[in-house]
Unconditional design. Structure first.
Length: 408
């Protein structure tokens, strides 16, 4: 059964203490355990999708190259207004701070003419508390998605110049299908597989950092202190294992992590209402097989539901309500997701708050994105390296709003 969730804001900083007070520690994989080299990583995603846009769907070759203009467009938390072709930065109350039509900055008059004097997003109420997508309100949540904003903005510029702004934009389906093709991993070695996985698995050193010795030793120290370590990742079971082999070493990660949950459809993975409909598969000897039993030590699972993980943690820690610490990079999937249903302590890993972030821009904690981090995450750090370098730190040293160089 699910433990009682703490209401948002009820946990006191004194309850966070240090990592020593937790029975289990969990990690997202991409952009948490795996530290990607962001510029080549997003360039590769963009150009993989743009390849399909041009060669499969006949779009103009001018969109093929990822450049500085595209990089500047790659920011988390941008809202997409498909109808008007606008990309919007929203405040915590849904008012529009600034907007772009394609890649071109919108004037105050443009924003007022489109959204009224109050300059409010008309569908903001659908996402403001849940941070989940709706059919009419979409925002770019993470580094896998935000290259789509840059690609779409380029297309809007092209069609405006060709046909004028009064024409409806009909390329959205092509963008979706192109990214779907780029990320196809059912058989990543085949010629028809998505270029993303062909490239990253052939040359992971071009796009991802190996975990440092200090991070590996920190993980080992957590394990040696008796904590259960687990991974929850959206990545497929095959790709997750191959990338873990690269960043940690095949023998190291299999010994470190008590449970690995792959293809976890976060944030729905955490919702108890989805438990009955979930199916689970186990990964043994390189093959995926249907699995209906209880999760066990060093199990590698695909799909499934958080209820399976909770049963394992309760049994293995011999605690009816084990204290769980979880790290992830997505405010939507890794922070708001578990915080809506579980009493976990959740720390956000965010490149934007440290020197690893992109070109310096003004601090904006008043945005929808910044407010969500302040409201839902218990602490915020740029990478796990911060904890590896300061293993005895108290999490109250890193409240989200104290970072002075953040860009959201």
């Amino acid at each position: 059964s699910y433990p009682t969730r703490l209401s948002t804001g009820t946990r006191k900083m004194s309850q966070l203490a240090s990592i020593d007070s937790f029975h289990a520690v969990g990690f997202d994989l991409d952009h948490t355990l795996i530290r990607y080299k962001l510029q080549p990583f997003m360039k590769m995603i963009y150009e993989s999708a743009a390849f399909h846009m041009v060669h499969d769907y006949g779009h103009d070759e001018s969109i093929l190259q990822f450049d500085d203009q595209a990089l500047d467009f790659c920011l988390k938390g941008i809202f997409l207004d498909q109808k008007h072709g606008n990309f919007l930065k929203l405040a915590a109350d849904g008012s529009i701070i600034r907007g772009y039509h394609g890649t071109k900055r919108m004037s105050d008059d443009d924003l007022t003419a489109t959204y009224g004097k109050n300059r409010k997003h008309p569908r903001f109420a659908e996402v403001k508390d849940t941070y989940e997508y709706s059919d009419t309100c979409f925002f770019y949540d993470g580094y896998y998605e935000i290259p789509a904003a840059a690609l779409s903005a380029r297309l809007i510029d092209f069609f405006d110049e060709k046909s004028g702004r009064d024409q409806p934009y009909k390329f959205w389906g092509d963008v979706y299908k192109s990214f779907h093709k780029a990320f196809a991993y059912e058989d990543y070695k085949a010629d028809s597989a998505g270029k993303f996985f062909q490239l990253i698995l052939a040359h992971p050193e071009n796009y991802a950092e190996r975990c440092s010795d200090s991070v590996i030793n920190w993980l080992k120290s957590l394990k040696q202190s008796g904590k259960k370590l687990f991974i929850i990742t959206y990545s497929s079971i095959e790709v997750a294992c191959l990338m873990l082999d690269y960043i940690l070493g095949a023998d190291v990660w299999r010994e470190l992590f008590n449970v690995v949950s792959t293809n976890a459809k976060k944030p729905g993975f955490f919702n108890p209402e989805n438990a009955k409909e979930s199916k689970c598969y186990v990964y043994n000897d390189g093959k995926k097989k249907c699995f209906n039993g209880k999760w066990i030590e060093h199990g590698i699972y695909s799909d499934g539901h958080c209820i399976n993980l909770l049963e394992y943690l309760t049994s293995s820690t011999e605690k009816s309500d084990p204290k769980v610490l979880y790290f992830g990079d997505s405010i939507r999937a890794d922070i708001v997701g578990p915080k809506r249903f579980l009493p976990w302590t959740c720390g956000l890993i965010s490149d934007e708050v440290g020197t690893e972030g992109f070109r310096g821009q003004q601090l904006e904690w008043n945005t929808f994105w910044g407010n969500g981090i302040k409201k839902y995450s218990d602490f915020c750090i740029p990478s796990l390296q911060y904890l590896a370098d300061n293993p005895k730190m108290s999490f109250e040293q890193y409240p989200p709003h104290d970072w002075a160089s953040a860009t959201f």
